[in-house]
Design a protein around this ligand. Structure first.
Ligand SMILES: *[C@@H]1O[C@H](CO)[C@@H](O)[C@H](O)[C@H]1NC(C)=O
Ligand SMILES: *[C@@H]1O[C@H](CO)[C@@H](O)[C@H](O)[C@H]1NC(C)=O
Ligand SMILES: *[C@@H]1O[C@H](CO)[C@@H](O)[C@H](O)[C@H]1NC(C)=O
Ligand SMILES: *[C@@H]1O[C@H](CO)[C@@H](O)[C@H](O)[C@H]1NC(C)=O
Ligand SMILES: *[C@@H]1O[C@H](CO)[C@@H](O)[C@H](O)[C@H]1NC(C)=O
Ligand SMILES: *[C@@H]1O[C@H](CO)[C@@H](O)[C@H](O)[C@H]1NC(C)=O
Ligand SMILES: *[C@@H]1O[C@H](CO)[C@@H](O)[C@H](O)[C@H]1NC(C)=O
Ligand SMILES: *[C@@H]1O[C@H](CO)[C@@H](O)[C@H](O)[C@H]1NC(C)=O
Length: 456
């Protein structure tokens, strides 16, 4: 797989006179990734006096970034360490990942409940399972462990409190009843649950996780969030029994299901069923999100109407597609060929202000587009470091190198945020609804949300 990468790099170099970065050799890739990681961390201030470890500046209006994107960044940097061997940021990662676990060690810290969706919690959970799979250094023994944290996130999501019969099942987007978006069942919330379940199944060999992954996949297909051609749509509202599906497609949805499907394929020893699903997802993902083999965020890129959240999706797309090839080698050639071309275009955008190497977002233009942010840096970092995917071992399992300690009961005593309140008395009701309205109004004024919920 060296050939397409070199060919793509040469092509990109030829077309771009003032390219700053090279990805021609593994040494070049590591140097390029190191510079991009450094620039990414200029957005992070959590290790400075008076700041909160783990989070990027925010949540809005205090800064651009919601709580979940910190978790996404640590996941990116855990992969960066595994792929390049550069441990410069491991202490920062450790501090951040442990600071945000919350009182019940399940990634639901009270500070961020106002924007706490299953997807938001799940991004931290996916970073934790990545740490276990990558053999990231284990936390001190008196601290929660990576596998147990991922199990805690999974168990809180599998809890009956988060499941009801509207739309025939599935997870809602938001966790607290009072959050705007509690009435929305969407692909990303169910996708992270599917992804973590599939990865825990492979890591531990426990069928309970695989059963949930199967069940979630069936629900997503049945309700129409994923169609027969593996297109994945954003979500639908419970008032309409999820028949009002918002058909916007986002690359992180495809990526989160694709990596989960690869784990199920591997967990089932290469079953025909999961092979077919994975193959279908790979095709659909490349067809929809890689015109001319360069990543393109189709729902928002043309007019640059992407939100801060959406500006980070390409990184997950590249990282998770690359990881899938390590456990489902039959997709390797098809996927890595596309990713190498896309990455060459991505690094060609890194010529921006203020240091002459800031990365942009519109990769297909192969020039800097004037936009900048943690998402843009994270995207290119994920793409560049993933070029090294074949130089590192596949994700560990408990039997093949993994040393993280688990806890099957983690997260079973977590706060449910009254997601199923006991029936109120008449007196309570009047008071409660006013409280709800107040909370909703203030929440809507103060916070935005990760998924689009475009039709909210
Ligand atoms: C925070 O971490 C960054 C990146 O490692 C480092 O450059 C910076 O010096 C650290 N700041 C403090 C106050 O420790
Ligand atoms: C929660 O907010 C308080 C006050 O700003 C801060 O001291 C604390 O570190 C925050 N905790 C987390 C987990 O973000
Ligand atoms: C609601 O949607 C689910 C899933 O698509 C379906 O099984 C169920 O029959 C629907 N219920 C009603 C009342 O239409
Ligand atoms: C992982 O393997 C260790 C050592 O073989 C074993 O003690 C432990 O129970 C296993 N954990 C899981 C979650 O299967
Ligand atoms: C995969 O193969 C192994 C070894 O033959 C077997 O122990 C395991 O049960 C199989 N897994 C599944 C899900 O079929
Ligand atoms: C996926 O695309 C490949 C190559 O174009 C094709 O051979 C295969 O039949 C497709 N598979 C599915 C499930 O669409
Ligand atoms: C499962 O993943 C391992 C790497 O951990 C790989 O060697 C093996 O070929 C994969 N299984 C299948 C059926 O592709
Ligand atoms: C598998 O996981 C479930 C759910 O966390 C747990 O209750 C069960 O004890 C586990 N099974 C084994 C054999 O460890």
């Amino acid at each position: 797989m060296v050939l397409p990468r070199l060919a793509a790099a040469a092509l990109a170099g030829a077309g771009v006179a003032n390219a700053v970065y090279s990805i021609a050799t593994n040494a070049d890739i590591k140097q390029t990734a190191a510079d991009i990681a450094w620039d990414l961390l200029q957005y992070y201030h959590g290790n400075e006096t008076g700041q909160t470890p783990g989070i990027l500046p925010g949540p809005p209006p205090a800064g651009d970034y919601y709580w979940w994107e910190g978790g996404a960044m640590w996941g990116t940097l855990i992969d960066y360490w595994k792929l390049t061997g550069d441990d410069s940021y491991n202490d920062l990662i450790m501090q951040a990942m442990l600071w945000q676990v919350g009182p019940n060690k399940d990634y639901m810290p009270p500070n961020y409940t106002a924007s706490l969706g299953n997807d938001d919690q799940g991004f931290w959970g996916m970073a934790a399972i990545s740490a276990a799979e990558n053999g990231f250094p284990n936390p001190p023994s008196d601290q929660p462990q990576w596998l147990a944290l991922a199990q805690a996130v999974f168990n809180t999501m599998a809890n009956p409190d988060r499941h009801d019969n509207t739309c025939g099942g599935g997870l809602r987007w938001q966790i607290p009843v009072v959050n705007n978006g509690y009435n929305y069942k969407n692909s990303i919330a169910n996708g992270v649950f599917f992804n973590i379940g599939a990865r825990l199944a492979r890591y531990t060999g426990n069928t309970t996780y695989a059963d949930w992954a199967e069940k979630t996949w069936s629900w997503v297909r049945g309700v129409g969030l994923m169609d027969d051609n593996y297109n994945i749509y954003d979500g639908g509202h419970v008032e309409y029994n999820c028949t009002d599906i918002n058909k916007a497609q986002f690359s992180y949805n495809n990526a989160v299901y694709l990596l989960g499907a690869a784990h199920m394929y591997n967990y089932t020893n290469g079953s025909d069923v999961w092979r077919g699903r994975l193959e279908g997802l790979v095709n659909a993902t490349i067809n929809t999100f890689f015109p001319d083999n360069v990543a393109y965020e189709i729902a928002c890129e043309e007019h640059m109407s992407c939100t801060t959240d959406m500006l980070s999706f390409k990184g997950y797309l590249h990282r998770w597609m690359a990881q899938a090839t390590t456990i489902a080698p039959f997709i390797k050639e098809q996927v890595l060929t596309v990713l190498s071309t896309s990455t060459a275009a991505a690094v060609a955008t890194c010529t921006g202000e203020s240091n002459g190497r800031t990365c942009g977002f519109k990769w297909s233009t192969k020039t800097y587009d004037g936009s900048h942010g943690a998402g843009q840096q994270m995207n290119v970092l994920g793409a560049v470091s993933s070029l090294l995917i074949d130089t590192v071992p596949p994700p560990y399992t408990n039997n093949t190198g993994g040393t993280s300690k688990g806890d099957y009961n983690a997260g079973t005593h977590s706060d449910t945020f009254n997601s199923k309140p006991s029936p109120p008395t008449a007196g309570d009701k009047a008071g409660a609804s006013i409280l709800t309205i107040l909370i909703l109004v203030s929440a809507m004024g103060t916070f935005g949300w990760m998924s689009t919920g475009v039709s909210e």
